[in-house]
Design a protein around this ligand. Structure first.
Ligand code: ZN
Ligand code: ZN
Length: 238
């Protein structure tokens, strides 16, 4: 299995568009999040030989613009895509997906998306004092589970515990936004401890993880830390 990074605020070189939000392509058919802008997503797809026609499912972590923004340009290229959203996405969002001609799938619990690829289903979370549910993508690999996160508004540890509780097995890699920008570094240290206790082998903290937390994870994980950048291909297993 290969994961292509299609959106991030850093890129491997100037050919790639950068922007806020994340987007990861798992294999050829399953896209997790779409970054903030369609143009950037399509450009990066083109640079990485990822075809819109090959994509069968888009799983959106949560209803924030930096994760859903690229969707519309992609659906224009391929309206056959199934869009997996949490039930709390806005009715405007849901209508827009349907009027683009795509199929909307609302997921509340652990659901299989493709061979070896699952969504956690909605996990309750909070953002700006309001309710914000979020789903994470899980890939089963020979090395263990790969967990991809959007912003981790429910809390990164809560997400990982849910993955352990529902799918079980060891967690090989956790990658995406951990939402620790405003978290005290002593709390971040406890979170990193918990990652070790949970047996997480590799970490790719990016996006809203916050610079300070990213450096703390990097220091702990050393060679097992992945500096996520648009244009990067992450190979999992053979
Ligand atoms: Zn975000
Ligand atoms: Zn968010």
């Amino acid at each position: 299995m290969q994961i292509k990074v299609l959106a991030d605020s850093n890129a491997v070189d100037k050919r790639y568009s950068i922007g806020w939000g994340v987007s990861f392509l798992a294999g050829k058919e399953v896209l997790f999040d779409t970054g903030e802008k369609g143009q950037s997503l399509l450009n990066n797809m083109q640079q990485m030989d990822a075809l819109a026609a090959d994509i069968k499912a888009v799983v959106l972590s949560h209803d924030h613009w930096d994760h859903t923004g690229g969707l519309w340009a992609l659906l224009e290229q391929n309206p056959q895509i199934k869009v997996y959203a949490c039930p709390n996405f806005s009715s405007e969002f849901k209508e827009k997906v349907m009027s683009a001609g795509a199929e909307l799938v609302e997921v509340s619990r652990l659901t299989q998306i493709a061979e070896d690829i699952y969504t956690t289903g909605e996990i309750a979370g909070e953002y700006g004092g309001g309710y914000m549910a979020e789903q994470s993508l899980i890939i089963k690999s020979q090395r263990g589970l790969v967990v991809l996160t959007g912003c981790a508004h429910p809390g990164i540890i809560k997400i990982l515990e849910k993955v352990k509780e529902t799918l079980g097995g060891n967690i090989y890699l956790v990658m995406g936004g951990f939402h620790l920008m405003k978290t005290d570094k002593r709390v971040v240290a406890l979170i990193i401890n918990k990652f070790r206790q949970l047996g997480v082998k590799k970490v790719g903290a990016t996006h809203c993880s916050g610079k300070e937390a990213v450096e703390l994870f990097r220091k702990e994980y050393q060679d097992d830390f992945i500096s996520v950048k648009a244009g990067m291909v992450i190979k999992i297993g053979d």
